[in-house]
Design a protein around this ligand. Structure first.
Ligand SMILES: Nc1ncnc2c1ncn2[C@@H]1O[C@H](COP(=O)(O)OP(=O)(O)OP(=O)(O)O)[C@@H](O)[C@H]1O
Ligand SMILES: [Mg+2]
Length: 255
């Protein structure tokens, strides 16, 4: 078992608001871990800290035992962490295929000199890129629509394309912020299957959701936030019986 990620005593304050209060979490290689909690409980803030968008007020994030706290997002991405956002962020006027290829650019090492001096290598890299993109499009079941514009894809397909693009960076850990939000039941089922395939590739997944049913189905372990405080962690079975969790959810106004 390899401990990939550690969140140690992380506190995030925004002015007078404590969005995260002394939170500890860890994720091992190959796990699917969920972060759940009502609206405003600090879930996305945790992703923003892990991916370098925010530097926490206190505490540390370690990836493979190395502190990455407050490192530039592109450097963290190069280390092997990739995310999707709560609201879709695709290049809408590009094809599905091109959106995936763009995700790879964090990884390929060609520059202008290379292009002139090493054309064969460049071509080889391009070919590899293309093949890899096709594999990823198959993985998320978008191969048949690979040359369609991202904007013309259905909502569920766009969400899956974002996942393929994040994987294209070569990421070891994939952070998905409410990947099933707004999906109908069939789209959610398809998403579950895709996340299972990603696990088969030995990737690690951290996903946020406030739909208990969805996370219980897919996650091996869960962390529960409420008003920035970690109120529980454990297996889905343990969490579903936890009184603090039940209270936090019953206290929530249904959207
Ligand atoms: N940049 C910011 N500046 C000020 N306050 C912020 C900022 N980002 C988040 N917050 C606040 O921090 C709290 C936690 O927000 P966060 O987005 O992490 O919640 P969440 O659990 O992802 O909620 P949701 O389920 O609605 O997506 C909220 O009260 C939010 O308004
Ligand atoms: Mg959020």
């Amino acid at each position: 078992m390899e401990r990939l990620l550690r969140i140690e005593n992380v506190t995030q304050k925004f002015g007078g608001l404590t969005a995260l209060n002394n939170v500890n979490m860890h994720v091992d290689k190959g796990e699917i871990v969920g972060i759940i909690g009502p609206n405003g409980s600090g879930k996305t803030t945790m992703f923003n800290i892990i991916t370098g968008i925010y530097r926490p007020t206190e505490g540390q994030v370690l990836y493979q035992d190395e502190p990455i706290t407050g490192m530039e997002p592109y450097l963290i991405s190069r280390k092997g962490l990739a995310r999707t956002f709560q609201n879709i962020r695709l290049f809408s006027r590009m094809t599905a295929f091109d959106n995936v290829v763009i995700g790879m650019h964090a990884r390929t090492k060609t520059n202008m000199c290379d292009i002139v001096l090493h054309l064969p290598r460049k071509r080889r890299e391009e070919k590899e890129c293309e093949e890899r993109a096709m594999e990823l499009l198959k993985l998320v079941d978008l191969y048949d629509v690979r040359y369609e514009l991202a904007s013309s894809l259905s909502y569920g397909h766009q969400r899956r394309l974002e996942i393929a693009r994040a994987l294209a960076t070569g990421a070891e850990i994939l952070l998905l912020d409410e990947p099933a939000a707004g999906m109908n039941e069939q789209e959610t089922d398809e998403l579950l299957q895709i996340i299972r395939r990603i696990k088969e590739l030995k990737k690690t997944v951290i996903l946020i959701d406030h739909d208990m049913k969805f996370v219980m189905n897919i996650c091996e372990r869960l962390y529960v936030l409420n008003y920035g405080v970690l109120i529980a962690d454990g297996t889905p079975e343990e969490i579903s019986k936890n009184q603090d969790v039940i209270d936090a959810y019953l206290g929530e106004d249904d959207e």
